[in-house]
Design a protein around this ligand. Structure first.
Ligand SMILES: *Cc1c(COP(=O)(O)O)cnc(C)c1O
Length: 226
């Protein structure tokens, strides 16, 4: 029974997470409207997602273009105010589909991608908000701009490419204290005048809220095991 959950479980878990977010905001002395819960629905089907839509939830994250394309066009027909974030790696050959489908691109992690997005935004006149993904742990196998290159990359995106950079995103190394990475991301955002921080997942979103997250990406705690 571990990996299967009943729709009512999703309903209960969403309410629990929303409550935890409100309490974390209270503890941090923050307005809860300043924290957006991005419900990460990867690997979960439309039926499961619908439970949260019926409860009024509208902001979602997916990490694969193909999977999102299979699930979201129908859901959007029913709920036109859905706000869909791409939170996973984007290949340049999928930029066209991604720009057509998503509302926010959170995973801008290299120059080639930034250029391809800028070109597609111009071509389609669809200028999506973007986040720069920062590899706060300097992990060689992980996507993202290294902290030491972040300032230069942010200027390139804003000044040369004209991207609407709204904030930064990070995925801390699995075995490390996430707070250090959240604090680093916040510091880089601050010195570049960026207001949004997408950080914190099921295991650490309360810590992220305490350190200034404006967007938390929560999957398992809402939808159950993948
Ligand atoms: C899957 C995923 C999440 C959600 O992780 P959970 O631990 O299930 O909450 C958040 N961010 C990214 C980039 C992901 O790929």
């Amino acid at each position: 029974m571990k990996s299967f959950s009943h729709p009512s479980d999703v309903e209960n878990r969403l309410l629990v997470v929303q409550n935890q977010v409100a309490l974390a905001c209270e503890r941090a002395n923050r307005d809860k409207n300043g924290v957006t819960l991005v419900a990460v629905s990867k690997f979960h089907d439309a039926e499961r997602i619908s439970v949260t839509l019926e409860l009024g939830h509208r902001v979602f994250g997916e990490n694969r273009v193909q999977e999102a394309q299979d699930k979201w066009p129908d859901l959007r027909q029913a709920y036109p105010d859905i706000n869909l974030h791409l939170i996973g790696p984007l290949q340049t050959n999928k930029v066209k589909s991604a720009v057509a489908l998503f509302d926010v691109i959170e995973s801008v992690d290299r120059e080639k991608l930034a250029r391809a997005l800028a070109k597609e935004f111009t071509a389609t006149q669809r200028h999506l908000p973007v986040y720069i993904q920062v590899n706060t742990g300097d992990e060689p196998q992980k996507a993202g701009i290294l902290p030491k290159d972040a300032d230069t990359f942010i200027s390139l995106c804003q000044d040369e490419l004209g991207l609407d950079v709204q904030g930064l995103m990070c995925i801390p190394p699995a075995q490390e204290e996430p707070a250090l990475h959240f604090a680093l991301l916040s510091k880089i955002a601050k010195r570049n005048g960026l207001k949004n921080l997408s950080m914190g997942m099921s295991g650490d979103f309360e810590t992220a809220i305490d350190l200034g997250a404006t967007h938390i990406r929560v999957g398992t705690a809402i939808f159950g095991q993948r």
